[in-house]
Design a protein around this ligand. Structure first.
Ligand code: GRF
Length: 208
């Protein structure tokens, strides 16, 4: 089976991308990272891509006018590279999903959707909100991306405890460890054609 060609969209440090590159290098992720698209010139993740000889592209928000024009720019880059799946990895821009990429864009959110998600919930803000609310569980969610923030069909979730002594940083670390396992597993399941979608319901036949 030919590896699934993916584009990875980044905006920041790139820990998600780094983890995917490591899984692929170990032969545990049957994908070809065809391109890494960054919304920032100074995104740390760009260096991980260059070190792994992955082509990179910039899609600066300021270079495109309305959200439609920006989304077109991103997805035209993906089409140019014949990408079958777009993987958001710490990507903070809102994009509109064109019909030919319906259920072909995935994201990982560092909480259990539908809690602590939506506009403004990203990075450390999520973990701070979980702790302030007094939740006893948090975790991460892999989902397909639609045109609403953190809303598309859920592919997989994994949970962890929130402890009394947790800080946003300690919770981020615990959730991050789950993310490093769950995201590659979910992407591998898609690459192996083990996932079907019926409306909001995603059926996963096998994960790693
Ligand atoms: C994590 O919180 C992840 O859940 C979210 O982006 C953060 C990681 O950013 N999608 P990065 O990959 O280190 O840039």
């Amino acid at each position: 089976m030919k590896p699934l060609r993916i584009a990875v969209l980044i905006s920041g440090a790139g820990s998600t991308l780094k983890n995917l590159i490591q899984w692929k290098a170990r032969g545990e992720l049957p994908v070809e990272i065809a391109t890494v698209i960054s919304t920032r010139e100074d995104a740390g993740g760009l260096q991980y891509a260059r070190d792994a000889d992955i082509p990179t592209e910039l899609a600066l928000r300021s270079d495109s006018g309305d959200p439609q024009a920006y989304s077109k720019k991103i997805f035209d880059l993906c089409r140019k590279r014949s990408v079958g799946l777009v993987v958001m990895a710490g990507f903070v821009q809102h994009v509109l999903i064109p019909d030919d990429f319906n259920n072909r864009v995935v994201n990982i959110h560092p909480a259990l959707i539908p809690a602590f998600c939506g506009k403004g919930f990203y990075g450390m803000r999520v973990h701070r909100a979980v702790i302030e609310y007094g939740a006893k569980l948090s975790g991460c969610t892999v989902h397909f991306v639609d045109n609403e923030y953190d809303h598309g069909p859920i592919i997989a979730q994994r949970s962890c405890a929130v402890f009394d002594m947790d800080t946003p940083e300690s919770l981020c670390k615990r959730v991050g460890e789950l993310e490093c396992q769950l995201y590659p597993e979910a992407i591998a399941a898609i690459a192996r054609d083990q996932i079907t979608v019926e409306g909001r319901h995603v059926h996963v036949r096998a994960m790693v």
